[in-house]
Design a binder for this molecule. Structure first.
Ligand SMILES: [Zn+2]
Length: 373
């Protein structure tokens, strides 16, 4: 039987495994079954070697990789970030895959040159202190540059960091009520704590008002968000020191880290411009690149891309799945970026993201070049 026949069949199977809910299944079941089937398919594609072949069209000149926290205790923080060892493994895997780790500026230059070498960008969001204490030593050993996207409010402690408050509640209590969601959660072990974190974060989705509805729960539990931000995020002096490191570049991530799609146009423009001006003033250097908070199609789109260009950014990153292609230079304000900073992570899942298979499956073998989706 010709190999192409086998590959066609595998492609058709994988095409049906988009990471969206299956409407034919009840919501709760689809939410469980879909990611599991997706993972099993990635595993099979990796083991048979079919993944890299099927993903050929999805493999771009560049990839932008996304991390958040680099934890000392990954389980203790409910696996919302990854370890320094995982970061080191990913850098090794990227280089073994034939890519240099580049700065964003160098990456954009390479996209414009047909004969340039493949590259990967390392990006970190939100300004966590562990990026300096845990990630930087790994980056120094590997001589790998990185970009940190910092929201003003994280550094000034004025941000509504509801995700930190939510994690603190789930870490501390084995049971809690969320009246705004009409739910009560039992979360006595790591697995149920992680699933509660996913459920509530998923419920908030792209709706800022739902995030704001957590405030009474924080108050009732005595959770002070400013104290949590102080514990986890860099302050102005730390950010200035970090930014002075030769491997580090600082990018923008808005003033208050809200869902931009829910804000009116003037507010979005102010979110972008004020964060850029704040960072440029603090660091004494230009801030050229932006990452949208959350980065999903529901959180940012064409309007935000237009406003990002108007605010003076040269390129802006989403969390749409996919690699970077020369075509992206024509619309550089909605660049795809791949989350690899989660744990645990199988070799197959990482291989699927590095090969491009992840976008192929996420889009049902749709357009390899991510723009709007
Ligand atoms: Zn963020």
């Amino acid at each position: 039987m010709p190999t192409s026949f086998y590959l066609d069949n595998v492609r058709n199977l994988l095409r049906n495994l988009r990471q969206e809910p299956i409407s034919a299944l009840p919501g709760r079941l689809a939410a469980i079954a879909r990611p599991k089937m997706f993972r099993l398919s990635e595993e099979a594609a990796h083991r048979t070697g079919a993944g890299a072949i099927l993903a050929r069209a999805y493999r771009g000149k560049g990839i932008a990789l996304m991390f958040h926290e680099i934890h000392s205790d990954v389980d203790g923080e409910l696996r919302t970030g990854c370890s320094a060892a995982q970061l080191a493994r990913i850098i090794d895997a990227v280089r073994a895959d034939g890519r240099d780790i580049a700065t964003i500026g160098e990456g954009l230059r390479r996209l414009a040159e047909p004969d340039s070498a493949p590259f990967a960008l390392l990006t970190f969001d939100d300004g966590y202190r562990d990026n300096r204490t845990n990630a930087l030593p790994v980056l120094e050993r590997a001589q790998a540059p990185m970009t940190l996207f910092a929201p003003t409010g994280m550094i000034t402690r004025e941000i509504n960091a509801w995700w930190l408050g939510l994690r603190e509640i789930i870490k501390t209590w084995d049971q809690f009520d969320l009246p705004a969601m009409g739910r009560s959660f039992d979360c006595g072990d790591l697995a149920s704590k992680m699933s509660t974190m996913r459920t509530v974060t998923g419920w908030i989705g792209t709706d800022q008002s739902r995030a704001d509805a957590l405030a009474p729960v924080f108050a009732a539990k005595g959770i002070d968000l400013a104290t949590l931000v102080e514990r986890h995020a860099m302050d102005e002096a730390e950010l200035r020191t970090f930014a002075a490191h030769p491997l580090v570049e600082i990018g923008a991530h808005t003033q208050s880290h809200r869902f931009l799609s829910a804000l009116d146009e003037a507010t979005v423009l102010d979110e972008l411009k004020s964060n850029k001006a704040y960072l440029e003033n603090l660091l004494g250097r230009p801030v050229r690149y932006l990452a949208y908070p959350f980065g999903t199609p529901g959180a940012c789109g064409e309007r935000e891309a237009r406003l990002a260009a108007l605010a003076g950014f040269e390129a802006s990153f989403t969390t749409r799945a996919g690699h970077l292609f020369a075509e992206h230079l024509r619309h550089p304000q909605l660049l795809p970026r791949i989350d690899v900073g989660y744990a645990p992570q199988s070799r197959a899942a990482l291989a699927s993201r590095l090969s491009g298979l992840h976008r192929a499956m996420t889009t049902g073998f749709g357009n390899p070049v991510a723009t709007r989706t």
